[in-house]
Design a protein around this ligand. Structure first.
Ligand code: A3P
Length: 300
């Protein structure tokens, strides 16, 4: 990559901008889905529609709070190890955060392989990624821990409005949260699970076996790693290593919270627990992605 990748300073300065904006103005809706006014204004989303993908782009996709930034670090380190270049600390490469100018100039001019990411619903990922069959790594997490992580994120991230727990629970269940419904996105990815250019991985499996995950990811993208490289990347991307060595500056405490499976038990009321179980049963149980999430193991 030439020069610092887009994103780093941009995200930091928009955080500053957020301090002068009222909570009620921090979100807006585009085609029925809520987005951040500051990070993903409408012109970013419109420009992204015509973004030109490349077959060898490395695309990371995740619903918010499923472990996106964790995998950003893993992928950057894999790509750095394979290219022999130094790892570049940077902010998330979310295409919907890039202004039309950044998309058309910086991103379009980056040498391959480019590293890109998104939280967008698969239907809203630029069509060109499907046409080019760009490989996409998709990270999922059980809905209870995702909801808890999202709730804390809303209250810590100055770009997003503060929200009370019970209100956020209701909003999450009805899909009235930034980037839309967890269940809608999960169902859409379930249908794409067998596509050869799609690989779905879960937060819980990564917590269980991060080295194995690093190997699977590098094989999927065709980046061969030595055992030693896998172990180095592993030791640099555990939760404690990332939290301590955070390259996110002020953002560190926002992105690295607990890093555990099961924190939902400290937040959900009995009624909320039941409501989530019912929703999961109604919508995702019986699907392939539903099975991969191991709901009975992690959410009961
Ligand atoms: P918690 O809020 O449950 O702690 P995203 O990057 O998609 O926003 O996801 C954020 C979640 O991933 C947070 O979960 C965060 O702590 C967790 N996380 C970040 N880095 C991690 C790591 N190296 N290992 C495990 N979890 C990590």
């Amino acid at each position: 990559m030439s020069g610092p990748p887009p994103g780093a300073n941009m995200a930091q300065s928009r955080m500053e901008m957020a301090k002068n904006i009222k909570d009620e103005d921090k979100l807006y809706k585009f085609e029925g889905v809520i987005y951040s006014t500051i990070m993903s204004p409408v012109e970013n989303l419109e420009a992204a529609r015509t973004m030109e993908a490349r077959a060898d782009d490395v695309m990371l996709v995740a619903y918010p709070k499923c472990g996106f930034n964790w995998m950003v670090a893993v992928l950057r380190k894999i790509m750095a190890a394979v290219s022999g270049k130094k790892d570049v600390p940077d902010m998330p490469p979310l295409i919907e955060f890039f202004s039309p100018d950044v998309q058309k100039q910086l991103i379009a001019q980056q040498p391959s392989p480019r590293f890109l990411g998104t939280h967008l619903h698969p239907d809203n990922i630029p069509a060109s990624f499907k046409e080019k069959k760009t490989k996409m790594l998709v990270v999922w997490r059980n809905p209870k821990d995702t909801l808890v992580s999202f709730y804390h994120f809303m209250n810590k991230n100055p770009v997003l409005p503060n929200v009370e727990w019970d209100k956020f629970f209701t909003d999450f269940m009805s899909g009235e949260v930034p980037w839309g419904s967890y269940f809608d996105q999960a169902l859409a990815w379930d249908k794409l699970m067998d596509e050869p250019n799609v690989k779905i991985i879960t937060y819980e499996d990564l917590k269980q076996d991060l080295s194995g995950g690093i190997k699977e990811i590098s094989q999927f993208f065709g980046f061969p790693l030595t055992e030693e490289q896998v172990q180095t990347i592993y030791s640099e991307t555990t939760f404690s290593a990332m939290k301590e060595g955070s390259s996110h500056g002020k953002m560190g405490s926002i992105f690295f919270r607990k890093g555990e499976v099961g924190d939902w038990k400290n937040h959900f009321s009995e009624a909320q627990n039941q409501q989530m179980d019912e929703e999961f049963n109604k919508r995702l149980a019986g699907t392939k992605l539903g099975a991969k999430l191991k709901y009975d193991t992690y959410c009961k």
